[in-house]
Ligand binder design. Structure first.
Ligand code: PLP
Length: 281
C-alpha cells in the first residue's frame, strides 16, 4: 500500500479522505506539479516550484509552495523510492474546503494539499528505438494552458482519443498550429533545426522542454522557437515529445503519415542520450 500525503499527514492511500466540499473535487480549482526524482534526488525542483508559485499566484491561492520540497522528500522516503532509478512525485494544492459557490470563499480557507509518489520504469530501449505514433486533435482547452491546473478534462479527452486510435500521443492543434501534446511538449526537426512552439498562454512551459533546448544548444544544434503549422509538421524530418513522464519520446508517424524515413532520427536519439546522461549524473 503506497503512502500518500494529505494536509500534514502521511498515511496509507486507502485511508486518505477528501471532503466532498473540496473545491478541487467540485471545480477542479487547484494546481499541481509532477517532479521526477533520480535515485531519490528531485530534479530541477527550483523550476517546478517556480512554476507552481506562478500557478498559485494566477489562481489567487495563498500557499507557500516551498513547503512542498519536504513533502516530496517525505513521500520518496516513506515509499522506499530513495534509491530507485526514476520516481515521480505528484503534489496538488486546491483552494480548500467550502460550501459550493463559484466565487472564492471569503474569508479564504486553508488550501488542501495532497501528494503521492510512484516508481517509473523506463520502456526498453528496443521499444524506444522502434518509435511511437501520434494523432492531432483540436485544442479545446481554455486560453490559460500555461497554468498547470488540475482541471485536465480536454487533456484527458485528447489522450483517450490517442488510446482509441492505438497511438501514444495526441497533439493539440489550434488555428492550424501544432502546439504541444496532451501531457508533453512537441518538438520537430526541420533540416537540422530543433523547432518547438514558443512559450505563450497556449502551452505549458515544460521543465523538460527547457532542458531539451539547453541540451540541443550544448550539442551545437540550432534551436528555433516558432509556430509549427500542422501541414509543415507532416514534412518534418523528426518529431518528438518531451515531458516529466514522457522523457523524450520520438514519433515516427503523425495522423498515419510517415515522419521522415519512418525511423527514429539522430537528433531525437542524441538528445535522449544527453537527457539520460544529465539525469543519471
Ligand atoms: N504540456 C502539458 C500539457 C503537460 O501536461 C506537461 C506535463 O504534465 C508538459 C507539457 C511537460 O511539462 P514538464 O516537462 O514540466 O513535465
Amino acid at each position: 500500500m503506497s503512502v500518500v500525503y494529505l494536509n500534514g499527514d502521511y498515511l496509507p492511500a486507502d485511508q486518505a479522505k477528501v471532503s466532498v466540499n473540496d473545491r478541487g473535487f467540485l471545480f477542479g480549482d487547484g494546481v499541481y506539479e509532477v517532479t521526477p526524482a533520480y535515485r531519490g534526488l528531485l530534479f530541477r525542483w527550483a523550476q517546478h516550484v517556480a512554476r507552481m508559485r506562478k500557478g498559485l499566484a494566477a489562481l489567487g491561492i495563498d500557499y507557500d509552495a516551498a513547503a512542498l520540497e519536504a513533502v516530496k522528500q517525505g513521500l520518496l522516503a516513506r515509499n522506499g523510492l530513495d534509491d530507485v532509478p526514476v520516481a515521480y512525485v505528484y503534489v496538488q494544492v486546491t483552494r480548500g474546503i467550502a460550501p459550493r459557490t463559484h466565487a472564492f470563499p471569503n474569508p479564504p480557507v486553508p488550501p488542501s494539499v495532497y501528494g503521492f509518489a510512484n516508481q517509473y520504469v523506463r520502456p526498453a530501449r528496443e521499444v524506444w528505438e522502434r518509435g511511437y505514433s501520434a494523432i492531432t486533435v483540436p485544442d479545446q482547452r481554455w486560453a490559460l494552458a500555461e497554468i498547470k491546473a488540475i482541471a485536465l478534462l480536454p487533456n484527458c479527452l485528447a489522450q483517450q482519443a490517442a488510446v482509441d486510435a492505438g497511438v501514444s500521443d495526441a497533439i493539440f492543434v489550434r488555428d492550424g498550429i501544432a502546439l504541444e501534446g496532451s501531457h508533453n511538449n512537441l518538438f520537430a526537426v526541420f533540416d537540422g533545426v530543433v523547432t518547438t512552439a514558443p512559450k505563450s498562454n497556449y502551452i505549458l512551459h515544460g521543465v523538460t522542454r527547457d532542458l531539451l533546448i539547453e541540451l540541443a544548444r550544448e550539442l551545437g544544434l540550432p534551436v528555433e522557437e516558432r509556430a509549427i503549422p500542422v501541414a509543415e509538421l507532416y514534412s518534418a524530418d523528426e518529431v518528438f515529445f518531451t515531458g516529466t513522464t514522457t522523457e523524450v519520446r520520438p514519433s515516427v508517424e503523425v495522423d498515419g503519415r510517415k515522419i521522415g524515413d519512418g525511423r527514429v532520427g539522430p537528433v531525437a536519439r542524441g538528445l535522449f542520450d544527453a537527457f539520460l546522461r544529465v539525469t543519471a549524473g
